[in-house]
Ligand binder design. Sequence first.
Ligand code: PLP
Length: 483
Amino acid sequence: MRLDRSAGGLADQLAAELRTAVRSGRLAAGGRLPATRELARDLGTSRGVVVEAYQQLVAEGFLTSRQGSGTRVAPMAPPGAGAPALAPGPAGSGGAMVGVVAPGPAGSAVAPGLATSGVAYDLRVGTPDLAAFPRRAWLAAVRRVLTELPHQALGYGDPGGAPELRAELAAYLRRVRAADVAAERLVVVNGVAQGLHLTVGALARAGPVRLAVEDPHSARTYDLLEDAGAVPVPVPVDHEGIDVGALRRTSARAVLVTPAHQYPTGVVLSPRRRAELIAWAEEVDGFVLEDDYDAEFRYDRNPVGCLQGLSPHRVVLLGSVSKSLAPGLRLGWLAAPPALATAVRQARAVSDLGSPVIDQHTMVQLIVSGAYDRHLRQMRRRYRARRDALTAALSRWLPAAVPHGVPAGIQLYLELPAGLDEAAVVAAAAARGLAVEGVAPLRIDTPGPPALVLGFARLPEHRAPGAARLLAAAVAAVRGERS
Ligand SMILES: Cc1ncc(COP(=O)(O)O)c(C=O)c1O
């Protein structure tokens, strides 16, 4: 194990080395790792570096840590084991429309554009700070592409994406998300939404597929799952993420999750649940669809590596630049096990022959020039400050409401005082020029407390107190107090 001191980020380097060792089987399941002090001494580094690397890998599910038994390699399927066939499920379990057909979340249709008249504060979710789009860097990248791209590259390309972009994205996902992905298994898509549609479509080729979904769940992706042939089966989410025990009680053999930052509750899938989820996928010979929609943004620590990195033959990783750059780019990716990646690529060829070539090459330039990383660093600082400002303002003006979830992403889950009429709060806020969204429309079967999901990406720090005061006034009005 070698650490490059000149490169910095020693804990990240050590974590990457250990991940590779676990994946390759060099560190066997159940094997005990050296004590942090011991390994630090061997590597000539501080103990803090080893502690940080171990903690990261425990969070990702590569290692387990228990008082008294030290740090051990988590039980995992051997590399390449049991790559599943495409059609999940023994006859009857995946295809038949048995059991409950869950209704879509009420009001799940999303307005195509945001009405902004009369809105002084817009905390609706899903959109990053579009004013911060790196126009200059994008322009420089487009200019370079148009100058250098050979004519023949403008023809019909690979429906799975430009090879250059697939190579860059694969390297990026390995580096930033600890994904276990090669360019051949990566498909460029129009965003997570299209990636989900194509993946579910491939799984449902033989008939509707029962797909477990988190409850509550993103309204933006619910309808498209049904459209692609899924019969959504809601599974409750608690403070550790999706309830894998409840998932086991369904007959679903595919599940869609948001492990890095559950949408909308903001919780991170716990190490225990990550292990249980992968074990479940092995047992049912199924698939986990990992919606990694906002994983670039974690503010208190390094983001937890993606689930796909733990089990690349069971997990389909889906991501996009919708939160990191702009949703209007419609640029995303998915990394899937070989058979599924081929099916998705073929489906893309049949449906629309692939993504725009100039944008794909522009994205390559953005990554290789370092501009993408720089933009992410800048946005991380900005969003962190905005989130901090909003939580501080809420604790001052509306202390009875409780923010949940980890500091991450571009939305905040805010639990309102029990018994409050959530829809009435949303309406009272709108009447005061504050646009917010309630969580009730995202709940499918599992009831929950009144809550809001607040998009803070477009709310500068100095405006946070104003928004919090309006929300407090709306809550007071609904409670029948003077506003
Ligand atoms: C949780 C979640 N997943 C996926 C999407 C869709 O993302 P994309 O723009 O990449 O299709 C959204 C959109 O808001 C979302 O909230």
